[in-house]
Write a protein that binds this ligand. Sequence first.
Ligand code: C5P
Length: 306
Amino acid sequence: MREVTVTVPAKINLSLRVGAARPDGYHRLVTVYQAIGMYDEVRARAAPAGSFSVTVDGDERIAVSEVPTDDTNLALRAARLLAQRLDLAAGVQLEVTKGIPVAGGMAGGSADAAGALVACNALWGTQVSRPELSALAAELGSDVPFLLVGGTAVGTGRGEVVTPAMVRGEYWWVVLESTQGLSTPEVYREFDRLTTSGDLVTPDVPDAVMAALRSGIVERLGAALSNDLQPAALRLRPELAKVLECGVQSSAHGAIVSGSGPSCLFLTEDRAHAMRVARALTASGFGPVSFAAGPVPGAKVVGGDG
Ligand code: C5P
């Protein structure tokens, strides 16, 4: 192939239970991930062996200039890792078009890494199996393995061990983006400052969330949403408390900070309800707002030439 295009969704956490930091610095956690219909696109073009490059583009509401294009870029690291592990004399020119907020708590960088793994695997015809890709994904970041599969899934370990979950129905989310991102490590550090060792629990699978997902009853899921990183995100961005309150007052079934933030999520009944809540948030001066439904599949090839 000369060119392959892959789309990858954003992730949200319906529940995020965080425990103690491990010796390697990562926190033990149990999370329920859902992939929602907000996408980054990763295009991979053939390049001479040893030549790896990336460009990043996206619509104006997204701070694309904050995404590095040097060797620290996660999509580029993913491509290099795949070539290295296969001992492959390959190269690639990656083109990332962002639809997922940067540093928004929705795993935009991880999505690009998952997209690059799938795109390069197809471009180079390497036929690495999904379990093997998943192992490489885990080396790149805690959320990357989930973005290969998508849907709704329980994440354990540091988030990289993914087990698909039983879900009925479709869930409509209003997403309030922030023009200024939050650093995930900084939010975890704030979590550590706010949490004394006596408060720390061994995180477990949240029964209320799993039961709500099996029932397909949106109000039940709304009431069960939880995020242990939310107090830390609110300490760093106190203004988000008003945003969450506004969403609930304007009839959302649940309101929560997405992952490490600062994006906020509002659960609604359907598209029409999502539009009403989005309008109410905008009318109160909050924005930019968009909406997306989940669950949707993970990284997938949508185009290419043979
Ligand atoms: O895994 P990833 O590279 O996406 O994680 C980014 C940062 O988030 C880590 O460097 C760490 O500071 C924090 N983190 C954590 N515990 C986790 C996942 C992430 O402390 N389970």
